[in-house]
Design a protein around this ligand. Structure first.
Ligand code: HGY
Ligand code: MN
Ligand code: MN
Length: 412
């Protein structure tokens, strides 16, 4: 089979162009789900989808689809490609966006070559993959896969008190079609690795065969505000100190257990948040992950037991709210093999790997054979404006996606 390639300039140009949408006066890029910046990014994507001559659909949770179909194949289940274009705060330009833009690029390349696919091919941009404003993450694809009702998802209240359904309506993306309206024949997601493995090993392509489990919790610790100067250490009910112990405990526990687990306290706020007042309240989030479900459950139990212990030791009240919980996911071995075959045919070094990050693919895997393709992240950095992937790697990943799609979709 001849080795075709995507339009490299169009791919890299669009990644840069979308990467400029949603920057603040300090130049920081943030497109949180349902925000005005999210609308601007969505509008640009929809414009590209229309320019490509695809049908546009928006479902009730705001997932955006570009559908390439014709009378000869519209009765067949589509090959679905995609990712997300919402970002974290002060984000890089590749996370999610690369996969959506490359998916559209593959479709446009096939169209321009006059290929007549035996199946429709769809590009999807799922709502709220990052989960920074509205929990849980991967919300749009979770609803699409039937893991959460649309009504429950639309009623989700964000960290700023906004309601997701109202925000989607406000930005013009409260769609009409029911999530799940297209049942994919297969789903393939191209994404930056967001970790150090591929770069460290000098490997161009990651054939992702599984994805680790995720546990998100919000912990509230209530102590007693008191004077920072007059209150002896032994007489404090210090919510801030109790919170600090949690982070240290998790790091030391994981180090002792030498497991693959990871733990992150990414947000924390104190009340009254004054330099000379012992915090009466600490509210923080705990992100736990492990490729093994039993180990993840064990880590959750260890944390719960520790919270009981420090409640007693520090004289504080502790409550926990679950924000997200997804089990590890195994991807489709046939698609993984097709990814490896394409890399081999192109003379690209590849390796099988686990995804440390959550992705929409872990949700769509519930309803269709699914796999992911990774490309290297420079210094393994992501969720950071320093996020970068070399153009050659971006193009190689998109070419592998093109091969896998062409092999799977067949032609008439
Ligand atoms: O949290 C994650 O792993 C993804 O970036 N939403
Ligand atoms: Mn992502
Ligand atoms: Mn991300």
């Amino acid at each position: 089979m001849p080795l075709h390639s995507i339009d490299a300039a169009r791919l890299t140009g669009r990644i840069r162009e979308l990467g400029e949408i949603g920057r603040d006066p300090q130049g920081q890029l943030t497109r949180l789900a349902g925000s005005d910046n999210d609308r601007a990014g969505r509008d640009r994507l929809v414009a590209w989808i229309k320019m490509a001559g695809l049908d546009v659909a928006v479902d009730r949770i705001g997932n955006v689809f570009g559908i390439w179909r014709d009378t000869g194949n519209s009765g067949e289940a589509p090959i679905m490609l995609g990712s997300h274009i919402d970002t974290v705060i002060n984000a890089g330009i590749y996370d999610g966006c690369y996969g959506v833009i490359a998916a559209l690029e593959v479709i446009e390349t096939l169209k321009e070559r006059g290929v007549t696919p035996a199946r429709p091919i769809v590009v999807a941009a799922f709502t709220n993959e990052e989960g920074v404003r509205f929990a849980p993450d991967m919300l749009g694809s979770l609803v699409y896969a039937g893991g959460l009702s649309v009504e429950t998802a639309l009623a989700t209240v964000g960290t700023d008190g906004a309601v997701l359904g109202e925000e989607l309506a406000r930005i013009g993306y409260a769609g009409t079609v029911e999530p799940g309206f297209l049942k994919p024949h297969a789903y393939i997601e191209l994404h930056i690795e967001q970790g150090p493995v591929l770069e460290r090993e000098g490997t161009a392509i990651g054939a992702v065969e599984n994805l680790q489990g995720i546990s998100w919790q919000r912990v509230t610790i209530d102590g007693v505000a008191n004077h920072a100067g007059t209150t002896p250490m032994a007489m404090r009910c210090d919510a801030g100190l109790a919170a600090a112990r949690v982070g240290l405990f998790l790091r030391e526990h994981i180090a002792r257990s030498n497991a693959l687990s990871v733990a992150t306290i990414g947000t924390m706020c104190f009340e009254p948040d004054a330099i000379n007042v012992i915090p009466s309240r600490a509210v923080f989030t705990v992100d736990l992950r492990d490729p093994d479900e039993d180990r993840l459950q064990a880590l959750e139990t260890v944390l719960a037991d520790f919270l009981v212990r420090i409640g007693e030791e520090e004289g504080v009240e502790i409550s926990v709210e679950r924000l997200a919980r997804f089990q590890p996911v195994a991807f489709d071995q046939g698609i993984v093999a097709a990814i490896e075959a394409s890399a081999h045919a192109r003379g690209l070094k590849s390796r099988r790997m686990t995804s440390g990050a959550g992705h929409d693919a872990q949700m769509i895997a519930r309803i269709a054979p699914t796999a992911m393709i990774f490309v290297p992240s420079r210094d393994g950095i992501s969720h950071n404006p320093r996020e970068h992937t070399d153009p050659d790697d971006l193009i190689a990943g998109a070419d592998v996606l093109l091969d896998v799609v062409e092999r799977m979709v067949g032609s008439r």
